[in-house]
Design a binder for this molecule. Structure first.
Ligand SMILES: *Cc1c(COP(=O)(O)O)cnc(C)c1O
Length: 393
């Protein structure tokens, strides 16, 4: 196979050489358990606490507000279950959006079966959550609002500051999954407009850090109970021996991601626009999904009419190009993406949708090669498609 062109950075990213180097000692000599009183343990403790401090500084938060978890999924679960358990006396109603990541969405669906009331706020055709509908959904029993910072399938940025203010004015805990936004858009948790953000989920492996490490930011004063019990780790909010190498790697990955955030984002959006322009000008019957401006710099989601996403993925893979259809988690299901459905994209169009998610290794030549391969692949698939009108060949 030819050179790999990896365009699936929203699914995961390669570990950076710097993060890998930083982690190395903690797989070998620096193996101590941070809870041990002896010097091996205390060395690990001080490495973990220094990483926590640096991460808190990057996010403009307090180190005590940074809780390490096993990833974004666990952070989302802890946010939702932890808030519900801590606020049982107040009510049983959750507000979320119809385009959340499965880590929030299926958690809410599970809770609905357990007797909780869940309102899924709709989005407009660009994938932006309807804040007026969200406000209308608030009841006196509402104990949690969870709306993602940016969407992982189409890249739409959500009006998080506005929702945070609504939540705060009603005294409701607000959680946002910012896994896709970290390192791409600025996040300053000390900003006045974000004071209503009580909980925020982050994950290392989407920003060139290691897999299996995440963060739940818990703003001081937020009522939350643990989900996992055991020792007194993570300020008694998440029991379990710390993933020391993971934490060190996460701190390094955040440092690198934030150091060049603006330049990287500009580079990525330039490449994304180049790909978008080539694809929409060279291929007929293509539609770009998402918001034209309120979006992450690195995601292009496009629907190729009359063909199936699966076919496109496998054909592009034969050229060494890695893309996905919506979220990695839906790659084995035949249901159209819940995000595209919520954006009122008809199922037959949603079925031909591909997410191109760009990252550090990509070049202009990669974009041009991908567009050229797509021209061939789409033409070939449409030739075989019984529903493609012959004029589009
Ligand atoms: C990847 C992702 C997650 C899950 O994070 P893991 O660390 O893989 O568990 C959660 N939310 C969003 C938006 C994601 O993109």
């Amino acid at each position: 196979m030819s050179k790999t062109i990896y365009l699936d950075h929203s699914a995961t990213t390669p570990l950076s050489a710097e993060a890998f180097e930083a982690m190395k000692p903690y797989w070998s000599d620096e193996f101590g358990n941070p809870s041990s009183l002896h010097h091996k343990g205390q060395q690990a403790r001080s490495a973990v606490e220094s990483a926590r401090q640096r991460i808190a500084d990057f996010l403009r938060a307090d180190p005590k507000e940074i809780i390490f978890t096993s990833g974004g999924t666990e952070a989302d679960n802890l946010a939702v279950f932890g808030t519900l358990n801590a606020n049982k006396a107040k009510g049983n109603h959750i507000i979320t959006s119809s385009i959340e990541h499965h880590a929030v969405l299926t958690t809410c669906q599970h809770l609905a079966k357990q007797g909780f009331e869940v309102t899924y706020v709709p989005v407009d055709k660009c994938g932006i959550v309807d804040v007026a509908e969200l406000k209308k959904a608030i009841r006196k029993e509402t104990i949690l609002i969870s709306v993602m910072h940016s969407n992982n399938e189409v890249g739409t940025l959500q009006p998080v500051a506005e929702i945070a203010q609504v939540a705060q004015s009603h005294g409701i805990t607000f959680h946002t999954d910012a896994v896709q936004s970290l390192g791409k858009v600025k996040i300053d948790l000390s900003a006045p407009e974000l004071q209503g953000v009580n909980l925020m989920s982050l994950s290392a492996h989407k920003i060139y850090g290691p897999k299996g490490i995440g963060i739940l930011y818990i703003r001081k004063g937020t009522k939350i109970t643990p989900v996992q019990y055991g020792g007194h780790h993570e300020f008694r909010r998440r029991a379990g021996t710390e993933n020391v190498p993971g934490i060190i790697g996460f701190a390094k990955a955040i440092e690198i991601a934030l150091a060049d955030l603006e330049a990287n984002s500009r580079k990525l959006s330039g490449l994304r626009d180049r790909l978008e322009k080539a694809v929409t000008s060279k291929i007929p019957d293509v539609q770009v999904n998402g918001h034209p401006t309120q979006r992450l710099p690195n995601i292009l989601n496009a629907s190729f009419k009359y063909v199936e996403g699966e076919g496109i993925i496998l054909n592009l893979d034969s050229y060494g190009i890695c893309v996905s259809s919506g979220s990695a988690c839906t790659s084995e299901s035949l249901e159209p993406s819940h995000v595209l459905s919520a954006m009122c994209i008809p199922p037959e169009v949603a079925h031909g949708s591909i997410r191109f998610s760009l990252g550090a290794s990509n070049t202009e030549a990669d974009m041009d090669f991908t567009a050229d391969c797509l021209v061939k692949v789409i033409a070939r698939l449409r030739e075989m498609s019984p529903i493609a009108p012959k004029k589009t060949l």
